[in-house]
Design a protein around this ligand. Structure first.
Ligand code: NAD
Length: 475
């Protein structure tokens, strides 16, 4: 297991020789100590990235594409090992961890294909005086800051297109889950990614790390995934150097079930939208708006399905919900649940932290949640489902959009035209229409409103890591 910093192709300790403890959230045991990067280490990583990027940007797209393709193969070959690392440091069930590696690796295959298709344009100026040639060179050095909920995929979704477009990167993985990031970087070296292009510097002092990196002359872009709260702080600081930014931030997804929905399908979709990856996804269904005619059946069947969830260590066979990331997450979730109950919600299932070692919360279903209550305004990030009954369609849409977040929404109805109409009315970047999962490397991932800026994945994703240059000439 790699526990040092990766800078310029070399594994080294941090300048201060500090350590970050990595905890297994299912047991609360320390499972590893990772080198704690200082601002000086982060700057050394920026220097290394700057030197490596020049030659990389000059390689043929086909050469970069083939290295990305090989990276996909190597990550897939190491699925079991990487999944186990994810389970140990994050806690999610093994099946989810393996699914994450499949998804994470796929960004390399997808972007191997996109790398050779980065397009330009050519035209004639309206005056006829000259030609206009437009092309897309790389940006240079990109700083990447990622969250703990997808220790692999939130890195590769950025890294694969950044490399494909000809950039070098300096990654700050979260202190909670640095092990997966370090191992992925090592495997990319084995797949042929040249030294210095991928630098990984975990740190316990994120603010100082970013303060140093943002002022490095070669850094021209910040690609961040995490909470809106932190994203806002980073945007302000990035403005000092007018960095290009792509921000993948928090969510507060409405999950809407109409009377005419197939309720069994809606329950199945709700389980996916709420519970995968231990209910710690940014796309998680956060507020369940269910029409009055369907609410009894939906609530009963959903509570039964949530009651069948097996909570425990992600390493144990049959477990479908692992621990939360830390004690604070459990107490934040419980605060929202108790607040909702205080405002009159009834508890159909769960309603408290689990009575076991580790950071667990019991799967919880709340009914008759007051519209506008705290739990509907905050990202729960845990296995808690608040149900709100509605009768008036327009008012429900108003409530669904009554949030500063706009990442994901879900709509269940048998009437496709109504489903499309409502999807269009929901202010969110991604909609699952009769589907509980939206993520796909071939689709544009990202949010409206305070859920983010820019998109990852799809054909758009790689252009986020490109400049646009236009050359005026005549012949
Ligand atoms: P977070 O914002 O607390 O942390 C994200 C990253 O930012 C971590 O690496 C953290 O160490 C770092 N960080 C924190 N403060 C910093 C600072 N002052 N300077 C520099 N870096 C700093 O988020 P989290 O708790 O790790 O992740 C959960 C959040 O991420 C949720 O809000 C979730 O919705 C969001 N998320 C969004 C997406 C998306 O694609 N939109 C995907 C996954 C997670």
């Amino acid at each position: 297991m790699r526990t040092e910093l990766l800078i310029g192709g070399e594994w080294r300790q941090g300048a201060d020789d500090g350590r970050i403890e990595v905890t297994d959230p299912a047991t609360t045991d320390t499972i590893a100590e990772v080198a704690d990067g200082t601002p000086a280490d982060a700057l050394a990583a920026c220097d290394a990235a700057e030197s490596a990027q020049v030659a990389w940007a000059r390689t043929a797209p086909r050469e970069r594409s083939e290295i990305l393709r090989r990276s996909w193969e190597v990550l897939v070959e190491h699925t079991d090992e990487l999944a186990e690392l994810i389970v140990r440091e994050h806690g999610k069930p093994m099946a989810d961890a393996k699914g994450e590696i499949t998804y994470a690796a796929e960004f390399f295959r997808w972007n191997a294909e996109e790398t050779v298709r980065i397009r330009g344009d050519i035209g004639t100026a309206p005056s006829g005086a000259n030609k206009i040639i437009v092309h897309h060179p790389p940006i240079g050095v990109v700083a990447m800051i990622t969250p703990w909920n997808f220790p692999a995929a939130m890195i590769t979704r950025k890294l694969a297109p950044a490399l494909g477009a000809g950039n070098a990167v300096v990654i700050k993985p979260p202190k909670e889950t640095p092990l997966t990031a370090l191992r992925i970087a090592e495997l990319l070296g084995e797949a042929g990614v040249p030294d210095g292009l991928v630098n990984v510097v975990p740190t316990s002092t994120s603010g100082d790390w970013f303060d140093a990196v943002v002022d490095h002359r070669a850094v021209r872009m910040l690609s961040f995934t995490g909470s809106t709260e932190v994203g806002r702080v980073l945007l302000r600081r990035a403005a000092d150097r007018v960095l290009k930014t792509v921000m993948e931030l928090g969510g507060n997804a409405p999950f809407i079930v109409f009377d005419d929905a197939d309720v069994d399908a809606a329950v199945e979709g709700a389980m996916v939208a709420k519970m995968r990856h231990s209910a710690e996804t940014c796309t998680a269904a956060n507020r369940f708006f269910v029409e009055a005619g369907a609410v009894d059946e939906f609530a009963e069947k959903f509570a039964a399905a949530m009651g069948d969830v097996r909570v425990g260590s992600g390493l144990d066979e049959g477990v479908t919900c692992g621990p939360m990331i830390n004690a604070k997450a459990v107490s934040d979730i419980d605060g929202l649940v108790q607040g909702a109950v205080g405002e009159g919600a009834s508890v159909l299932l769960g309603g408290s932290p689990s009575d076991r070692t580790g950071f667990f919360y019991d799967p919880t279903v709340l009914r008759d949640v007051a519209p506008g209550s705290e739990i509907t305004r905050n990202e729960i990030f845990g296995p808690v489902a608040p149900i709100i009954t509605f009768t008036d369609h327009d008012d429900m849409i108003r409530q669904a959009n009554d949030t500063e977040m706009g990442l994901t929404g879900y709509v269940y109805t048998r009437d496709l035209a109504k489903g499309l109409r409502v999807s269009e009315q929901i202010q969110a970047g991604m909609i699952g229409l009769n589907r509980g999962a939206v993520s796909d490397p071939a689709a544009p991932f990202g949010g409206m409103k305070q859920s983010g800026l820019g998109r990852e994945g799809s054909t758009e994703g790689i252009y986020e890591f490109c400049e646009t240059q236009y050359i005026a000439t005549s012949w």
